[in-house]
Unconditional design. Structure first.
Length: 166
């Protein structure tokens, strides 16, 4: 399993990639969705922007109980607002991780809603799955939305078709 130092390096690299995608989200299309069952663009982009902030909840608490009403989704109307919020969440998460020891991430963390337990896993695994992989999943989803809106998609792990011939 990765050390906090390795998790921090991965976090910095991946949030820089995420920011490139968030920068491309167009204003004025918050209510657009590719399908009626899909999340609307504005909500999806805001969700991607808020996920780095979950580092605090994962590292600093032992339980997230949705029934307690602790989670309130954020609402941002513009890319500028989302980027500002994202940058704040990333900075806070970096500070938390810089002050975390490897052994701090060995204890269990539980996500539940009242009596229904979704999972209990070590905090290190919760960071990797609930924060990191969750962000990657929705970042990729956001990239598809951009493609469907005919907005050039920036490269994350190399150039995209929009960047290859430049």
């Amino acid at each position: 399993m990765a050390s906090v130092k390795e998790l921090l390096a991965e976090f910095k690299q991946e949030t820089a990639n995420t920011r490139k995608i968030l920068e491309k989200v167009p204003d004025g299309k918050n209510d657009w969705a590719p399908h009626e069952k899909s999340m609307k663009l504005g909500r999806l982009a805001t969700h991607v922007a808020e996920i780095p902030g979950w580092t605090y909840v994962t590292v600093s608490t032992d339980v997230l109980d949705f029934a307690a009403g602790d989670y309130k989704p954020n609402v941002y109307e513009t890319t500028e607002e989302r980027l500002r919020f994202f940058d704040e969440q990333v900075a806070q998460a970096i500070q938390i991780l810089e002050n975390t020891k490897d052994e701090d991430l060995e204890s269990d963390w539980t996500m539940k809603s009242g009596d229904v337990v979704y999972f209990t896993i070590p905090k290190k695994e919760a960071l990797r799955t609930w924060v990191y992989s969750h962000q990657f999943h929705h970042r990729a989803q956001l990239g598809v939305y951009l493609r469907l809106l005919d907005i050039p998609v920036p490269g994350v792990y190399g150039p995209t078709a929009d960047e290859e011939n430049k």
